[in-house]
Design a protein around this ligand. Structure first.
Ligand code: CP
Length: 308
């Protein structure tokens, strides 16, 4: 008997390898056919964002609209949390209006988990604190598979602020599940020692690991998530961990460069690299729409058993 889908997507551990294959296949179908069938007509989706977003929020909105769902956008400053209402009360009040899914972004790691323990409505994590950003990992995995034609056996190098990156955590879990090898690289102060428990290789030498990578995923330096900058200076960071065209000369000829956005141009990535021929950064953004369409249909559109 086929396993039930999990009700919430809080992190990449809520998806099996088979689930990921199904979502990727559905996303591929949406991309190739430009399918705009009203698969989610009559469904109501709430985007509840307590942190800024350009890509995630708008791609969920476009995805929902392409599938004929109704989508409601609520941002932190426009919600009654500014009047002192708790997150749980806000979410319970939204649930009282019977949405089919609540998508949440929050600065606190675990906020989507707390809602999943309180509400009956399926929750999708659109990024929580330092914890996870599963839909970013799904679109990254889709993009890698689309360009490289496979995932298994690829060496994916993730560079930068691993400690504060929910994108890194979700990608490590997802990519390992799909058979890729993951190397993380950055200053020792931005790589938690326990990261090795996730089965990744750790390096502090960018030039060395660039040479063996099939995919290089650069991460944003997240100054807003650090009490103080945990590396000596931006100048040194750029020198040792910034990706520029000189360092890129050491890479394989068919390497691809990824970044979840937003970019700190001239810090973790030079404009020449971000806008250059190896970059698939805008492909990632394009793929975000079809992957989120696929996830929404997989979660709501298929005949599935409820785990309520
Ligand atoms: N990659 C990502 O999460 O971008 P946004 O913050 O713009 O949603």
């Amino acid at each position: 008997m086929e396993a039930f889908h999990p009700r919430h997507i809080l992190g990449m551990d809520d998806l099996s390898r088979q689930d990921i294959f199904k979502i990727l296949a559905l996303a591929k179908k949406f991309k190739s056919s430009q399918n705009t069938a009203p698969l989610l007509k009559g469904k109501t989706i709430v985007n509840l964002f307590f942190e800024p977003s350009t890509r995630t929020r708008s791609s969920f909105e476009i995805a929902a609209k392409r599938l004929s769902a109704t989508i409601l956008n609520i941002t932190g400053p426009q919600s009654s949390t500014v009047k002192g209402e708790t997150l749980i009360d806000t979410a319970k009040n939204i649930e009282a209006m019977n949405p089919d899914v609540i998508i949440i972004r929050h600065s606190s790691s675990g906020a989507p988990y707390v809602l999943s323990q309180t509400l009956k409505t399926p929750i999708i994590n659109a990024g929580d604190g330092f914890h996870e950003h599963p839909t970013q990992a799904l679109l990254d995995i889709f993009t890698i598979e689309e360009v490289k034609g496979k995932l298994s056996g690829l060496k994916v190098l993730i560079v930068g602020d691993i400690a504060h990156s929910r994108v890194a955590r979700s990608n490590i879990t997802g990519l390992k599940k799909m058979g890729a090898q993951v190397i993380v690289c950055g200053p020792p102060t931005l790589i938690p020692p326990a990261i090795t428990r996730l089965g990744v290789e750790v390096s502090y030498d960018l030039k060395k690991c660039v040479q063996k990578a099939d995919v290089i995923m650069m991460l944003r330096i997240q100054e807003e998530r650090q009490d103080h900058i945990q590396f000596p200076s931006k100048k040194e960071y750029i020198q040792y961990f910034g990706l520029n065209s000189e360092t890129l000369k050491l890479a394989k000829k068919d390497v691809i460069i990824m970044h979840p956005g937003p970019l700190n141009r001239g810090i973790e990535i030079s404009s020449e690299v971000a806008d250059g021929p190896y970059s698939v950064i805008l492909n990632q953004v394009t793929n975000g729409v079809v992957v989120r369409m696929a996830l929404l249909v997989w979660l709501m559109g298929e005949k599935r058993a409820s785990t309520h």
